[in-house]
Design a protein around this ligand. Structure first.
Ligand code: C2E
Ligand code: MG
Ligand code: MG
Length: 692
């Protein structure tokens, strides 16, 4: 830019040479300000060129100003590049003026810098100028989204204009995947774009949620509450490959008219366990499933190994969460570097690990040594015992989920952990488990056949002894096996990820019950549904719950969710945003089985729960353990200080109730008042209370 600071006229060739050095240059014009003439223009982008022949400098400026979309900004722009103000500026010694502004060009909004360099023509004495338009969109946005861009690999970034409902991709500096390139680079109608992406790119079962989440109404609503909003959906490309994409949105201007929308591929993150860096269950299922399928005719005999750490809970209690984390990482390294040479290795949950190995690598003499180790933390040592179940893959058709289940099942059959802390799956082990009943197909049909029944257990106000709420508890009335309590099938469903489908079913049954009663003006109380830790890994399920919560026509404030600390990892993976979203949608959150696990206290410091459910284990000890009074009292006191009410679970005797009452407990749930009841019986109880 040095040359143009010199006084004197420049020609087209010089101008082009200067501009070549500026890749963001769009166009330039030479004007004679004294004579109000436009001499010529040059442009990199044809659309940015204004026909200059025969027009005056003033007309040129007017045409340019028309492309400034915002009215106020246009006014400022017009005043700034008015011929007289430029001449005034020049005579007061200013050689260059420059202004940043929005500009509508090539069918989209851009952010430009207009610079006018002025000089006096030594031959004619006229004040002339060169007007440059530079595209600053890139720099501007980079600056605006700088902090958010760090370390991210966006596949696309786009801008949504709230006022016009238009959308355009900022593609010039980003890679756009093939399947997205259908979206025009020009400004398009946002709603049309969302529908287009949904039908061409999003897996069928998530399309409704995608359209809902990315609707302008939802974005505006979400961005009122938080600075940024995101969700993840499953996409499928032309090759049929499924990947997880995270869409993030936030305003970039103070007027809240422009929303930046970015898309990144998070498949890797979603399949990883952040603590150990291993795959999580989802990643394992995909990766191991793929390898087994690919190599089914190769002659390699694979084995699926399931591990857990026997005294993990004790380590956590004793050394705290950090100690527990260290142990998990240590165990990971130990197995990874061992003779097993895992082909795929994952932490599937808490202290559960799964591994795909070449069965030839399993050295049964060394395995007990690998599983036993001394763990040292803060100069304390504790002996840690790992347990292992092994499933030999013979038929790839069994499916990876079931292979994991069988390896885990084998582990249950370890008889002497000191001699042989492992067991190999045999088909007779299966009989004891309701494996057949738990197959993928049967749960679907079991829901369709209404084999699952939702029971309701009342929660009683300890002072008034009236029903104040209830918990929905599922039972399986199996055509062959009869009544099956949840403890028998929920863990299996969690392992396969199917539990979310069931939880969704229980939630919708419960919602229907509430809505029907309230529509009929019958007495109703808030009802809680249990959420499994698995649900927190199922974005689809969570979104579905939220959509349902918002659309449910029933009365407000009657939906509650019970979560346990096992959900902690899943919630953290979602940046802890899920519970807040539920609460914002009007649901209350209960922390279930408080005190039964190893991280209850840290869980309640991270989240705002509404109600604490004291684990049954405490209630059992009433009258049997002299210290239990202080513990229960302290927990209730703490809960109240943290604005939580307390429900004691599993209350069976008069003695327990009066004890809990003395110690400030708010509500009780247990067989003393009522067992979980079929819907009809529970409805009857509510009716009786209503008429009394
Ligand atoms: P939970 O959420 O802690 O439920 C309380 C359990 O305690 C229920 O067992 C209930 O029947 C039992 N209970 C209540 N009062 C008493 C009592 O006075 N004495 C005794 N001994 N037990 C009592 P249930 O229904 O067998 O459920 C067991 C667990 O299964 C539940 O524990 C919950 O974690 C899970 N579960 C039940 N339904 C669902 C569901 O729809 N979805 C999910 N994800 N989990 C569920
Ligand atoms: Mg519960
Ligand atoms: Mg409980």
């Amino acid at each position: 830019m040095e040359e143009i600071k010199k006084e004197g006229s420049i020609n087209q060739v010089q101008l082009d040479a200067i501009l070549e050095g500026r890749p963001d240059y769009l166009s330039s014009y030479r004007v004679n300000l004294t004579k109000d003439e436009c001499e010529y223009g040059t442009s990199k982008v044809p659309e940015a060129l204004i026909a200059t022949s025969g027009i005056s400098a003033t007309e040129l400026f007017d045409i340019a100003a028309e492309r400034v979309p915002d009215e106020d900004e246009r006014q400022v722009y017009a005043e700034y590049i008015d011929r007289y103000s430029l001449l005034n500026a020049y005579s007061s010694g200013q050689k260059s003026v420059s202004l940043n502004h929005n500009y509508h060009l090539c069918g989209k909004d851009m952010y430009l810098t207009t610079t006018i360099n002025m000089y006096r023509n030594p031959l004619t004495g006229d004040v002339e100028g060169v007007v440059y338009l530079f595209d600053m969109s890139h720099h501007y946005l980079e600056k605006k989204i700088q902090s958010r861009l760090i370390g991210k690999q966006f596949e696309s970034i786009a801008v949504i204009r709230v006022s016009t409902g238009k959308f355009y991709l900022l593609s010039q500096f980003l890679y756009i995947p093939e399947s997205m390139s259908r979206a025009s680079l020009d400004e398009v109608d946002y709603i049309t774009h969302v529908k287009d992406v949904s039908s061409s790119y999003i897996v069928e079962e998530e399309r409704d949620i995608f359209i809902y989440n990315s609707s302008m109404e939802n974005l505006k609503e979400q961005l009122e509450k938080e600075e940024s909003y995101y969700f993840t959906v499953k996409t499928v490309n032309e090759a049929g490959e499924r990947r997880y994409k995270k869409f993030t949105y936030y305003y970039i201007d103070e007027k809240k008219d422009r929303i930046i929308s970015s898309m990144e591929d998070v498949t890797g993150v979603i399949e990883r366990d952040s603590l150990t860096g291993l795959y999580n269950r989802r990643g394992f299922v995909r990766a191991a499933g793929h390898i087994i399928e690919e190599n089914k005719d190769s002659g390699i005999q694979y084995a699926v190994m399931f591990f857990n750490i026997k005294n993990f809970k004790a380590v956590n209690d004793y050394y705290g969460i950090d100690g527990g984390d260290m142990l998990l990482r240590g165990f990971t390294a130990r197995v990874r570097e061992s003779f097993l040479k895992p082909v795929v290795f994952a932490r599937s949950e808490a202290d559960h690990f799964v591994c795909l190995v070449d069965s030839e690598n399993i050295d049964y003499d060394k395995l007990p040594l690998l599983l036993r180790g001394v763990f040292t933390c803060n100069n304390h040592s504790v002996e840690v015992q790992g347990l292992c179940g092994i499933y030999m893959v013979k038929d790839a058709g069994v499916g990876i989920n079931r292979m994991c289940d069988r390896a885990k099942l084998a582990k249950e059959h370890i008889t002497d952990i000191h001699v042989k802390p492992y067991a190999i799956y045999e088909s007779c082990m299966r009989e004891m488990y309701l494996e057949k009943a738990l197959s993928v197909n049967s749960i679907d049909s079991a829901i369709d056949n209404k084999e699952f029944k939702v029971y309701y257990q009342p929660v009683i106000d300890i002072h008034t002894e009236k029903i104040v709420s209830a918990e929905a508890l599922v039972r399986w009335i199996h055509p062959e096996y009869g009544f099956i309590p949840p403890d028998r099938f929920i863990p299996g469903l969690e392992e396969t990820g199917l539990v979310s489908k069931l939880d969704m079913y229980v939630f919708s049954e419960t919602s229907r019950f509430i809505k029907e009663r309230s529509d009929n003006n019958q007495f109703i109380v808030p009802i809680s549904t249990n959420l499994s830790w698995m649900d927190f890994y199922d974005t689809n399920m969570l979104d579905n719950l939220l959509v349902n919560l918002k659309q449910e026509g029933g009365p407000h404030g009657y939906v509650r969710f019970e979560v346990t600390e096992t959900s902690y990892a899943g919630m953290a993976e979602k940046n802890h945003s899920v519970l807040k979203a539920f609460k914002d949608a009007g649901a209350s959150i209960l922390i279930d089985d408080f005190g039964s696990g190893y991280s209850s206290f840290s869980t309640i410091t991270e989240y705002d729960f509404d109600i604490l459910k004291l684990d049954m284990g405490f209630v059992r000890k009433i009258g049997k353990n002299s210290k239990i009074g202080s513990v229960i009292h302290a927990i209730i006191d703490m809960a109240h200080h943290m604005d939580m009410r307390v429900i004691a679970e599993g209350v069976e005797t008069e003695e327990q109730i009066s004890f809990l009452r003395r110690h400030g407990c708010d509500y009780v749930q247990g067989y003393y008042y009522s067992k979980p009841l079929p819907m009809e019986d529970f409805a009857k109880m509510l009716n009786e209370q209503q008429s009394a």
